[in-house]
Design a protein around this ligand. Structure first.
Ligand code: Z5A
Length: 214
């Protein structure tokens, strides 16, 4: 059986990751590609418990390194319980946030990039996404979108605009350094326009694995 492909969606708050994750899953289903949608932090029962701790702000007083550790523990479980078994079963995985969120968020909070790298290797070993779509949007627009929704503001949404913009720059830096894995998508258009750009990138990078490729 062919191993499934692993796609991650990254970007700042309100960039449209959840929206695009759903639209990508629908498009893949139309092509008869089985895809499982998942998210971080979370994506497995134990990691969802850690999600509650992280987003409520309960871990924040322990410092940015402690938050990086919690994200890594959650990621290891998510990888073992959900992502690897799904890929090995032949389905694709679409994951809303993954390793680049730790690099961008905990990196912008001052955690040493070498420590982040070590935690990344500890959590997921040699596995990396086949494709990472970085939805790029000015931080102020993303925050406006995120805050237009009802519901509580989480621990990371509450950070000021300067740190949100610093995270955006980190995502763009990752895309430049790892251009073979990452594609930057302009997320400022309508959901349909962004979805078309997502589909074009998936075709360009992973077309050989799509049933209608020939
Ligand atoms: N975090 C971290 O620090 N380190 C890590 O390693 C990981 C995560 C894995 C998870 O929060 C938090 O954890 C996150 C980073 C941190 N920080 N925050 N906040 P989350 O999972 O609850 O939330 P999120 O990942 O930031 O996603 P989000 O704010 O829910 O946004 P989104 O998924 O990118 O966007 P959306 O839900 O698809 O859309 C937001 C709104 O905009 C919604 O009303 C849509 O209808 C609308 N929308 C979507 N697309 C468009 C377009 N194209 N135009 C106009 N409006 C749109």
């Amino acid at each position: 059986m062919t191993r499934g492909r692993f796609i991650t969606l990254e970007g700042g708050e309100g960039a449209g990751k959840s929206t695009q994750s759903g639209l990508l899953a629908d498009w893949l289903a139309e092509l008869s590609v089985e895809a499982v949608q998942t998210r971080e932090p979370g994506g497995s029962p134990r990691a969802e418990v850690l999600r509650e701790l992280l987003l409520s702000g309960l871990v924040a007083p322990f410092g940015a390194e402690a938050e990086a550790l919690f994200f890594a523990v959650a990621r290891a479980d998510h990888m073992n319980e959900t992502i690897r078994p799904t890929l090995e079963g032949g389905a694709w995985v679409i994951c809303d946030r993954f390793i680049d969120s730790t690099r961008a968020y905990q990196g912008a909070s001052g955690v040493d990039p070498e420590e982040i790298n070590r935690l990344e290797n500890l959590a997921i070993g040699a596995d990396r996404p086949d494709l990472t779509l970085i939805l790029d949007l000015p931080a102020v627009v993303g925050l406006y979108r995120a805050q237009s929704r009802s519901g509580p503001v989480d621990r990371f949404e509450a950070d000021d605009i300067a740190i949100q913009e610093a995270r955006r720059q980190r995502f763009l830096d990752i895309a430049r350094v790892e251009a073979e894995r990452c594609v930057v998508i302009d997320a400022s258009g309508t959901p349909d326009k962004v979805a078309k750009a997502v589909q074009d990138s998936v075709r360009a990078r992973l077309g050989a694995y799509l049933p209608d490729a020939g």
